[in-house]
Design a protein around this ligand. Sequence first.
Ligand code: WTA
Length: 648
Amino acid sequence: MSDKTYPPSAEFSANAHIDAARYKDMYAASINDPDAFWGEQGKRIDWIKPYTQVKDVNYDFGNVSINWYADGTLNVSANCIDRHLANRGDQTAIIWEPDDPNDAARHITYRELHENTCRMANVLRDLGVGKGDRVVLYLPMIPEAAYAMLACARIGAIHSIVFAGFSPDALGARINGSDAKVVITADEAPRGGRKTALKSNTDAALLHCDDRVKCLVVKRTGGQTTWTDRDYDCTALMSAAATECTPEEMNAEDPLFILYTSGSTGQPKGVVHTSGGYLVYAAMTQELVFDYHDGDVYWCTADVGWVTGHSYIVYGPLANGATTLMFEGVPTFPDASRFWQVCEKHKVNQFYTAPTALRALMGQGNSFVEKCDLSDLKVLGTVGEPINPEAWNWYNEVVGKGRCPIVDTWWQTETGGHLMTPLPGATATKPGSCTLPFFGVQPVILEPTTGAEITTTEAEGVLCIKDSWPGQMRTVYGDHERFEKTYFSDYKGYYFTGDGCRRDADGYYWITGRVDDVINVSGHRMGTAEVESALVAHAKVAEAAVVGYPHDIKGQGIYAYVTLMNGVEPTEELRKELEKWVRTEIGPIAKPDLIQWAPGLPKTRSGKIMRRILRKIAENDYGALGDTSTLAEPAVVDDLIENRMNRS
Ligand code: WTA
């Protein structure tokens, strides 16, 4: 870790929304009088009926309830589109860059966004979708994904996006989990020159769903698909639909979307975000963290299947009337220059990506960056995992030419928006640190076992947040008890993040990684329990334990210890079969990087798997296994060490 600091230039600060002095004043105001502060910030968006209440929050375990602007009404889609029409009807809302650079990019104005969103909303209404109904989206990164999100918001339906890299099984579980009426998909998703057959994946998923679920199919490639009675041609229906659709009046606390995310136990949970507070928070952070100014072109490279795509491709930027770029492809297709070519082509001013992408591109050499004109870049951002100083320095020097502040944004699906991050005109950065809290956010570091707050400036422990902010998740879909148990039971009176954290002598925060059984693979969050349950669902597997280990590009890799059924031979073929099995059960992102055949797993006498030991062996750090005296069969460990897969 490096403690070298990089202050913003005087010139940058002078033109920024927030400079150091203003950050200090505004932060103090946000903590001293949250009602007044957020009451004022709520005016960033348009309300149908203005709120008179601001914050109404209870963090007491057993009675957790989180409400913001609770008596206000609004429509999120009208905020992201209609209110901009008078002044920005002809301004580009979305720049769409397709997978293949030889295909034409598209510039969709706010007026066109309005027309297309209304058409899609009318199609959904005609299919019987109304306020409060759930709609699952399983789409490529195409403009229709944004239309569909905003169309749901317009008619008060709740969308649940499933990343297009997930398998039919995962999709089916999400459709059933939220009792969705409609699933919106596309024929095929082109990515990196290859095509994923989304429609046939959807067909496979729907085999396990209620017959009444309807399927709306966007024609992206025109590729061959089978067609059944429940399928509707979205493209044709949209062209026939009316171009006006009155937005539904929604309460601030009506759900806007559900997004499934991994936890340390069990299957992924449906994180619920609501309308008013979420939009205020997404809009405010997008403007201030990226120092977005009118006329800028802003690009977040995430997929709308993740929370980053929700808040920072669609809702935040569009609420601000920004121009947001949506990219269908991957950083390395046709070659490792693609990101930078897109930046040059569309004159991108703010660029936001994940450390894993930077590490992969860094490894390809600087020439891919250097041949592009990146002079329009002003701010660079990262998200999803800790960034190692080497990648940070490369981003700063090679991409930003030392003149673009880097914002390392720490946040979670649950938080709706950034919680700790530099503000580019205000905060001196340190490579690898997410620096300081955003307005209204009070991070605390607790002693992990006692839960006592560590009040010294320098501290290390588990990261909790003391009070609420408007973008916070409100519940787990259909399971409020699980919500309270996951986030409010271990450390009473706080929101528990699941992350470990260090605070340095300057009060800067450094995320040290998850303290639970969640791993972060290429910036994708995954529960080790999910991969384990996929593995044990295979007929030849008796038992499995999955842990993360450090991986140069992915941040963390997936390491699986597998015990086979009695009499089953461990072969290379079986290893491949298990890899394929996990891909089909969950999706390609969950494929184990290393599978070790384990004759037994280290367990306590009460039968609990000792993951600490498995993590150490996977890290190739087997000299420091710590206390193994409680193991039922210590010899198991010797075998695991001897046959370890990671010898780096
Ligand atoms: C990790 C992604 C270090 C962290 C928005 C968190 C980070 C989890 C950072 C949430 C960062 C995210 N520095 N770690 N800047 N950003 N994380 O829900 O462990 O997919 O708890 O949300 O990613 O992942 P999620």
